[in-house]
Design a protein. Structure first.
Length: 176
């Protein structure tokens, strides 16, 4: 069980109505858009990443919209062979910012290793498989965009491994 310490006026809530975890819902229970940043950083920097207004300005990283825990767990399952329920269990928040409403997740070491080992020859195949999943298909991700994201994530995973760092995910709600 994960406990969250939230600011009084925070719009952040945890929604566990389905098998996936949606951390960002508005007051009327509609899903909010999410700004997602993948960051290579030291484990000791998790709190600093969580409190940052824009971590990619301070650490090596990538920025996308609406890459949520379900998409991350789907990628994890595809690359590791884990079932979705087992994969999603790896992605509970390791930090929740009271001030900014941001969450920080830590990539499982196995996923970082698998991403770092991805070569260009399999990127299109992995992207096509991800594009066919409910999590990516529902939001209209094209295989080419997924392949580009995977190539960038693989490069970031290699950087993180070479520097003894972890891959972190900074998630922040966007008002749309």
């Amino acid at each position: 069980m994960v406990s969250f310490h939230l600011a009084k006026d925070s719009n952040l809530s945890v929604d566990r109505r389905s098998e996936t975890i949606n951390y960002f819902t508005s007051a009327d229970n509609t899903t909010m858009a999410i700004l997602t940043q993948f960051i290579a950083a030291e484990d000791e920097e998790i709190e600093a990443v969580g409190e940052s207004l824009n971590p990619v300005d301070e650490w090596s990283g990538l920025q996308f919209r609406d890459v949520d825990t379900a998409k991350i767990a789907t990628l994890h399952g595809l690359l590791t062979g884990d079932l979705f329920d087992d994969a999603i269990a790896h992605y509970e928040p390791v930090y929740v910012s009271d001030a900014e409403g941001a969450l920080v997740l830590r990539f499982a070491d196995e996923l970082t290793e698998r991403l770092a080992a991805l070569d260009e020859g399999v990127l299109d195949d992995v992207a096509a498989e991800l594009a066919a999943t409910e999590e990516f298909e529902h939001t209209g991700w094209e295989p080419e965009a997924i392949a580009a994201m995977l190539a960038d994530l693989a490069d970031l995973a290699r950087l993180a491994e070479s520097q003894g760092q972890a891959l972190l995910v900074w998630l922040h709600p966007l008002k749309t």
